[in-house]
Write a protein that binds this ligand. Structure first.
Ligand code: FE2
Length: 278
């Protein structure tokens, strides 16, 4: 017997090892999707009955680990001045301009669709928030993070790390040049995939004010299937996390342009997550 010869259409990447596959006792996507739909309907009914419901449902069962992630005890009041004496600082040097271009961090060009993402950081009155540290981290074009725990069998890109930072200007504007991240699998349930997203952190004036969220891309077919995205129960709040394709921001012969404004408080606030979200 000779070894079978791979056919031309065979996948080039090996199948996921056992440890990467969802276990048999995990629910299928259809069950997760049904749970999401039922919980949204139940939450709509609670709101219609006049019950105040927070924008994010913390015990959101379709997001299986959410119960382990959110606080179970009341927040403790800490003295911000004492915290600042002991906590890490921004860094010992200024943020360099090049740090907002994630395509220039290595010798070669990263693989994938080059994009520019631009927006403003605003308060609830629409006033710009200047001089704020904005940080991003993301998967590469194949949906792989440079992280030991990310064993998704997609290629790492030797020319892409996936982390950047910048400081808002006088008008609250920030801008990154990067690669459009790919969707990636996670083990919430069988065949669970996250919609493509970029993680954002906004610092405020100190570590005690830091807030973290995710930006998504328009038209992603995974939106309705993703329990993290749907733990935000109102459609308008979820919509606020989706960037807009803006042809005026598209750079000829270079990159696709996306616009996304971040509002940090008030009724129009962007939704921010608790520690430890994916
Ligand atoms: Fe992520």
């Amino acid at each position: 017997m000779t070894a079978p010869v791979p056919t031309a259409g065979a996948p080039r990447t090996a199948a996921a090892p056992e440890t990467l596959l969802a276990s048999e006792d995990m629910p299928p996507q259809s069950q997760i999707t049904r749970e999401i739909r039922d919980l949204h309907a139940a939450t709509d009914a609670r709101e219609a009955a006049g019950e105040p419901v927070p924008a994010t449902l913390r015990d959101f069962a379709p997001y299986r680990s959410s119960i382990l992630r959110h606080p179970t005890k009341n927040p403790r009041l800490v003295d911000p001045e004492t915290i600042e004496l002991l906590s890490p600082a921004f860094g010992q040097r200024d943020v360099a301009r090049i740090e907002s271009d994630l395509t220039l961090q290595h010798r070669g060009e990263p693989q994938g669709e080059r994009i520019t993402v631009e927006g403003r950081l605003l308060d609830s009155w629409g006033r710009p928030i200047a001089n704020e540290l904005v940080e991003v981290w993301q998967a590469n074009a194949a949906g792989r993070y440079i992280h030991q725990r990310d064993q998704h069998p997609a290629p790492l890109d030797p020319h892409f790390t996936g982390a950047g930072r910048t400081v808002t200007d006088d008008q609250g504007r920030w801008k990154f040049t990067t690669i459009k991240p790919g969707p990636y699998p996670w083990k919430n349930h069988v065949n669970a995939w996250r919609p493509a997203h970029i993680h954002f952190s906004i610092f405020g004036s100190g570590f005690t004010q830091r807030i973290v969220t995710q930006m998504y891309f328009p038209g992603d077919p995974l939106f309705a299937l993703d329990p993290i995205y749907n733990s935000i129960h109102r459609q308008r709040d979820r919509d606020a996390l989706i960037a807009t394709y803006d042809h005026d921001l598209t750079v000829p012969e270079f990159s696709m342009g996306y616009r996304w404004d971040i509002v940090v408080d008030g009724p129009d606030a962007t939704w921010f997550e608790q520690d430890g979200e994916h």
